[in-house]
Design a protein around this ligand. Structure first.
Ligand code: HAM
Length: 450
């Protein structure tokens, strides 16, 4: 007869072994599970990355030619920065922000836009104490939990610029002109500039009442989930994609027709500056920006080539934002464009050539060692060069030089090493010559004009 204690011990050991096996199988399954990037978040790699780098360069050069200075703010900010800055009643704060508690229990958000962060930095570093006008720009990732589609992602990038400290419309005109020049430099026939004014604290309340009364008469044509908004933010009606609403939206009273004298003068002055600067625009009273901080100027650059996501970028004036975030009252105006949307537009008009200046090719082992050294000398001289690292045959190295669209192919073997020469092949002209090793760097620099 088996002792009951022994039986129990055997049973327990078997149970533990089974549980262990089950855990191991689950762990194996997990290891084999494909790990993919998060929906709406993309890798930007070869060949697209070259276009991104070129665009970034042109954006920087353009903005810096106006005296804007780059600022890089953290991707994470206290959640209440955007609640106070962008507005609790906006889609961005209500539905789209990535907000979570960190290990300390503090509420943190991934930034959905750049203006609130830059404004926080302005206050924190007291930039306005040092200068009357602050002009900054940024390029970087932003995060919004939206439904991904062409031109709309959950991690996307913005290029943006802001001017603080100027109340008159010259600052608005300069922001718009910088943008316009950028799109000109990129040879984009579009985008079209659509311009409006969303008034100020003086004229907006009276207009809101007029609009509310009008919407009250059409409740049956307005989706029920919008009804509470009629009281809080009735202008968002112009942003509704609802078919019934769109039919009558054009007949609703427009804020542009109810501006106070000061807002009207500001808007007229902006239009006059833009005309002077030869920046074309159309007045579009139906523009509603999705952020609450705007007053007076509101504008968008739009393109027909982007499908449903037609906004290339948007911006406007925000004279209360600094105060709302806790700083001294300071006027501000700015713009941000969507980088991915710019890529989509530019892809159609610009072919970026990512060519290597030189590829050093080795015919044998002695040549391979010399090739690595020569490639380094060429890079020191600012020449973009590749040499083989994998010990490929001469034929496959030549094939790779073709693939990299090398302008020059430099061939080294033991014969050349002994003679102190390099064979240089002009890949465009299909000509070949032998040049002294001591002169090769200067020879290529001259040929490339660097
Ligand atoms: P926004 O209109 O919310 O303005 O965004 C500016 C641009 O960012 C849009 O026009 C669009 O091109 C791009 N964008 C927005 N969301 C996405 C997305 N999910 N996927 C791809 N692109 C997107 C602002 O953010 C303001 N901070 C602009 C500003 C600066 N106003 C004054 N200064």
């Amino acid at each position: 007869m088996i002792d009951q204690g022994l039986f129990g011990a055997i049973f327990l050991t078997q149970l533990v072994a089974r549980v262990k096996l089950a855990f191991m199988a689950e762990a194996r399954e997990k290891i084999q599970e494909k790990i993919q990037s998060i929906r709406g978040m993309n890798d930007i790699c070869d060949p697209e990355i070259h276009l991104w780098q070129n665009l970034e360069k042109t954006i920087r050069e353009t903005y810096e030619s106006f005296g804007f200075v780059e600022v890089r703010t953290p991707l994470l900010e206290p959640a209440n920065l955007f609640q106070r800055g962008v507005g609790t009643d906006t889609d961005i704060v209500e539905k789209e922000m990535y907000t979570f508690q960190d290990r300390n229990g503090d509420w943190i958000s991934l930034r959905p836009e750049g203006t609130a962060s830059v404004t926080r930095a302005l206050i924190e570093h007291q930039w306005m104490a040092e200068q009357q006008t602050v002009k900054v720009y940024y390029i970087g990732p932003m995060f919004r939990y939206e439904r991904p589609q062409k031109g709309r992602y959950r991690q996307f990038h913005q290029y943006g610029l802001e001017i603080f400290g100027v109340e008159n419309a010259k600052a608005d005109a300069e922001i718009i002109a910088a943008q316009s020049l950028l799109y000109e430099k990129l040879n984009l026939s579009e985008p079209e500039l659509r311009l409006s004014s969303v008034g100020c604290q003086n004229c907006r309340p009276a207009y809101k009442e007029i609009l509310k009364a009008e919407l009250g008469k059409r409740l049956q044509d307005i989706p029920e989930d919008f009804h509470p908004r009629i009281q809080t933010n009735p202008q968002r009606i112009f942003d509704l994609k609802n078919e019934k609403v769109q039919k009558f939206a054009g007949q609703l009273p427009k804020l542009l027709d109810h501006l106070c004298g000061e807002c009207k003068t500001h808007f007229d002055s902006l239009k006059a500056h833009l005309t002077d600067l030869k920046v074309k625009y159309v007045v579009d009273p139906l523009i509603v920006r999705g952020l609450d901080y705007y007053n007076r100027t509101a504008f968008e650059f739009t393109s027909q080539h982007l499908g449903a996501q037609s906004a290339v970028g948007g911006g406007g004036r925000y004279d209360q934002l600094v105060e709302n975030i806790g700083g001294k009252a300071t006027p501000g105006v700015g713009y941000a464009g969507g980088f991915e949307r710019l890529v989509l537009l530019v892809e159609q008009s610009l072919k970026v050539e990512n060519r290597f200046d030189a590829v050093v090719v080795s015919a044998d082992e002695q040549g391979a060692e010399a090739a690595m050294k020569l490639a380094m000398d060429l890079r020191r001289a600012g020449i973009k060069t590749e040499s083989d690292l994998a010990g490929r045959s001469l034929k496959s190295q030549m094939k790779r030089a073709d693939k990299l669209k090398a302008k020059y192919c430099l061939i080294l073997g033991s014969r050349e090493v002994q003679n102190g020469t390099v064979v240089i092949k002009d890949m465009d002209q299909h000509q070949q010559a032998e040049v002294s090793k001591n002169e090769i760097v200067e020879h290529i620099k001259k040929a490339l004009n660097v």
